[in-house]
Design a protein around this ligand. Structure first.
Ligand SMILES: NC(=O)c1ccc[n+]([C@@H]2O[C@H](COP(=O)([O-])OP(=O)(O)OC[C@H]3O[C@@H](n4cnc5c(N)ncnc54)[C@H](OP(=O)(O)O)[C@@H]3O)[C@@H](O)[C@H]2O)c1
Length: 251
């Protein structure tokens, strides 16, 4: 597709060290963007940057996004943010409405909703001033379809991400800035393998059985659409939710 050359653009991808974020960082490099890779482990990010460096310019930045200092460090490493991919997310403990503690709820909302909002808020003025910007928030299929074995605060946060992205998109439509949500279905990542290892009831087989395509997704299958979503070619696409889930959507 034409108009997907990202040369000259600086992209920030949070949670880029592994999984879906790593796959997104790689395709953005392949399309010519300079990519700031966010994560918390500086040594692992540096090692990854060496490998990814063959594909383009990578700026690894170790920062805990729960702190204002960490968020500032990430944005300063970029210098200018043309493309923001809020991918960092997840939850540390599956929990139902009945057994979620205030701490669980807080953790689930913080990384999946509050931090994406704060980063959007920080990058918007520059994008508006330059008349061009692309925001892509990585949500989840759980915003449309309940999934047992999940975390209630995570579901609330990913659902909130949809509402706030649509509202933000409307606020800046016409100023050259788009904002969209990409909702992956279940994707085979290291994180998911850890989750399977810790669960007595949920396995790759049980989750695959609920997906019409009959298997989990791969990170590269989610990342493949991202260059389009953050390029010139997608200037008319804003306030949208893009589902990639092997047919597992119920909404
Ligand atoms: N995998 C799936 O099946 C699936 C399905 C639907 C949606 N998603 C969404 O897709 C995104 C990526 O998922 P994934 O499975 O690839 O997850 P992952 O491998 O666990 O990656 C999440 C990343 O977020 C980063 N992160 C977490 N807390 C952070 C913090 N406080 N500060 C900075 N970075 C932080 C982690 O960085 P460090 O490792 O460096 O700490 C980690 O690399 C998430 O938003 C997830 O909710 C995933």
């Amino acid at each position: 597709m034409t108009g997907q050359d990202l040369s000259g653009h600086v992209a920030v991808v949070t949670g880029a060290r592994r999984g879906i974020g790593a796959a997104i960082a790689a395709v953005l490099l392949d399309h010519g963007a300079t990519v700031v890779t966010g994560g918390r482990d500086g040594a692992l990010l540096a090692r990854q940057a060496e490998e990814l460096g063959e594909r383009g310019r990578v700026i690894p930045c170790a920062a805990d996004l729960r702190t204002a200092t960490g968020r500032t460090r990430l944005l300063e490493a970029a210098g200018r943010v043309d493309i923001l991919v809020n991918n960092a997310g997840g939850f540390t403990r599956a929990s139902t409405t009945r057994d979620t503690t205030p701490g669980d709820w807080q953790q689930q909302l913080e990384i999946n909703l509050t931090i994406p909002f704060l980063l959007c808020q920080s990058v918007l003025p520059g994008m508006i001033e330059r008349g061009w910007g692309r925001i892509l928030n990585i949500g989840s299929v759980v915003a449309s379809a309940p999934q047992l074995g999940n975390a209630i605060g995570y579901v609330a946060a990913k659902s909130g991400l949809v509402g706030f992205t649509r509202q933000l998109a409307a606020e800046v439509a016409g100023l050259g800035v788009t904002a969209n949500v990409l909702n992956p279905g279940t994707v085979k990542t290291e994180h998911l393998d850890e989750y399977f290892a810790a669960s007595d009831t949920v396995s790759e087989q049980t989750l695959s059985a609920a997906i019409p395509v009959g298997r989990l997704g791969r990170p590269d299958e989610i990342a493949a659409i991202v260059p389009y979503l953050v390029s010139d070619a997608s200037g008319f696409l804003t306030g949208s939710v893009i589902d990639i889930n092997g047919g597992a959507i119920h909404a």
